[in-house]
Write a protein that binds this ligand. Structure first.
Ligand code: ZN
Length: 583
């Protein structure tokens, strides 16, 4: 069998690998959307050049997803297929190749086998390897297909991708899914909340196969990256010891494809949350920090317990969120199954009480360890006992729209309700409308960083990351630094599309940023209707929740109208509106 024929046989297998990034908005304010990157598709029946295998061709092919889903801001696409900057050396790709922007190493062996090595993670996952075959492709790069773990366990579906040599590392130029291939920029930078893609349907299928998720594949919109998908991805990542970002990155896909999954203790006793929201703590007591939140009807396995004389003094240890087990007080839920058989922990097995890290540590100690940031000092309630909600607005400032622009309209509404909020600004827009930034800061709102031009952060080099973040920080400080009574710096960063990776999270920490994601995403940028936006927020809000909305990036008429409803309804329920700095 020659390479071409073999490759054709590979193509007809189900092949999945991708990075889906959670997205808060597909288009930034100031950066006009570029034409969609070419979406290429190699049909199984298409003639393959006899000279080689071309998975990701440069020519246009039927787009698989709406243009909306693949537009993004106007920076150079770092992952785009590009000519090798150095010619292939000695025509031999054999050896080990770190992959650009991905914490994986590809080993190509002389016998045609390939392994992909993933390192152990500080979040708890052990080092992993996958095995498969590789084939040379055209005059540079290779095609790799992985089909087992290093222990010989078959993957649920083989993983295919095309890699090309660049100067120091190799980069993934494309992924293969079924009979279609996708360019790396398309799948790495543009998927997320509210977006659609055939691969999200594949992700939904994989999530249903993880027993402990109890995940139901949605009958409709299975190609939509919904809040449910994101929650399931976070829970999977936590349980498997991956970085719980809510972004289905390459490692997450590989782990999803590689059962058996984490060993979940089988006590058969379950804890079913009965409150709307329950803080899950790092130890058995309210003086331990809340490190997770569970919602009504979430069902968790009970791995051990500490029995007190009352429900308020009895705590259950729940399994599993990464290497950290979490605790819930027994009166916040009900149990199911043989609770009497659950092991009782002795006092020396109880975790020591930690000292919470300060939110604004200049060293940047607090960044996301899960779908929402660990901003431990953010209160859920005011000292008077009122619930607090943290409204956040992305992609502005924005002078477009009536009444001085959408940002000004929102400022007027917030003032009317004595509300403070956080505005994650795009640097380009800050430099375009510095007076708007001053107006925001002067009104007691916190101005934070949403990158210079709405770039996805995952895969950026340190230099690129610093340019995106620091350029924006300087622009904000130049526009309104003198007005920052809260803090003389820009401490918070929200990654566009929620897209980060281990490297960029590290860079953020080094630069002193807390990465802020969100709890509630009404997807107002899709303009689903004022009522739908408002109802989503009102039906999901809980004390301490962070709400994601947009004052920039497009027509925000619905967002403004929904904000008025949200402020009115939540005020009537006693909610207070704080900025992310906590006042
Ligand atoms: Zn955004």
């Amino acid at each position: 069998m020659n390479h071409t024929a073999l490759f054709r046989s590979l193509l007809i297998t189900i092949v999945v690998a991708i990075m889906l990034s959670a997205c808060d908005s597909p288009t930034p304010t100031a950066a006009p959307a570029q034409p969609a990157p070419a979406v290429t598709r190699a049909a199984t029946s298409a003639a393959t050049p006899a000279t080689g295998i071309s998975l990701v061709t440069a020519t246009a092919a039927p787009a698989l997803i709406p243009t909306r889903a693949v537009t993004r801001s106007g920076v150079a696409q770092p992952e785009a297929p590009q000519p090798a900057t150095t010619p292939p050396t000695a025509a031999s790709p054999i050896g080990q190749h770190p992959l650009k922007g991905i914490d994986l190493k590809l080993n190509l062996n002389a016998d045609g086998t390939a392994t992909l090595d993933a390192p152990a993670l500080e979040t708890g996952s052990a080092a992993r390897s996958w095995r498969g075959l590789w084939l040379p492709e055209t005059d540079q790069g290779v095609v790799v297909r992985l089909n087992t773990t290093v222990d010989g366990v078959n993957l649920l579906a083989p993983v295919g991708f095309q890699v090309s040599p660049i100067t120091e590392t190799w980069q993934v130029a494309g992924y293969i899914v079924g009979s279609a291939s996708y360019s790396a920029p398309e799948v790495q930078s543009t998927f997320g909340s509210g977006q659609r893609h055939p691969l999200i349907a594949a992700l939904n299928n994989l999530l249903t196969q993880v027993p402990y998720l109890n995940y139901t594949n949605p009958l409709q919109d299975s190609d939509l990256y919904s809040d449910d998908v994101r929650r399931a991805v976070v829970r999977f990542q936590e349980t498997e010891g991956l970085n719980p970002t809510g972004v289905a990155d390459q490692r997450t896909w590989l782990e999803l494809l590689s059962p058996p999954y984490a060993n979940v203790p089988t006590t058969n006793a379950h804890f079913i949350v009965t409150e709307n929201v329950v803080n899950l703590r790092s130890g058995p007591g309210t003086d331990y920090p809340a490190i997770q939140r569970a919602q009504k009807d979430d069902t968790l396995d009970i791995s051990s317990k500490i029995s007190g004389s009352t429900p308020e003094t009895t705590w259950y240890q729940l399994c599993c969120f990464g290497q950290d087990k979490v605790w819930a007080r027994s009166d916040t839920g009900r149990t199911e199954g043989p609770i009497e058989t659950v092991a009782e922990l002795s006092s020396d097995q109880i975790p020591a009480k930690p000292t919470p890290a300060p939110v604004t540590a200049s060293g940047g100690t607090s960044y996301a360890r899960r779908g929402q940031p660990l901003l431990e000092n953010l209160p859920n309630n005011t000292p008077e006992g009122n619930p607090i909600v943290y409204l956040t607005f992305d992609d502005g400032p924005n002078a477009a729209g009536p009444a001085g622009g959408y940002t000004e309209e929102m400022l007027a509404l917030l003032k009317q309700y004595n509300a403070h909020a956080t505005f994650f600004n795009v640097g380009k827009s800050v430099s375009a409308w510095p007076q708007l930034v001053r107006d925001v800061a002067q009104s007691g709102h916190y101005v934070a960083n949403h990158t210079w031009d709405h770039s996805a952060l995952a895969g950026l080099t340190k230099e690129e990351f610093v340019a995106e973040a620091e350029h924006t920080r300087q622009a904000i400080l130049q526009a309104a630094g003198d007005l920052f009574s809260l803090d003389k710096d820009v401490r918070y960063l929200r990654p566009p599309y929620g897209s980060t990776d281990a490297d960029t999270r590290q860079y953020a920490a080094e630069l002193g940023y807390a990465v802020v994601l969100w709890d509630i995403d009404p997807q107002d940028w899709r303009q689903p209707g004022t009522e739908e936006i408002a109802n989503h927020v009102l039906s999901h809000v809980f004390p301490g929740s962070i709400v994601l909305m947009h004052d920039g990036g497009g027509d925000r008429t619905q967002s403004v109208a929904a904000l008025e409803i949200i402020l009115r309804e939540l005020s009537a329920k006693g909610y207070k509106f704080y900025n992310i700095f906590g006042n």
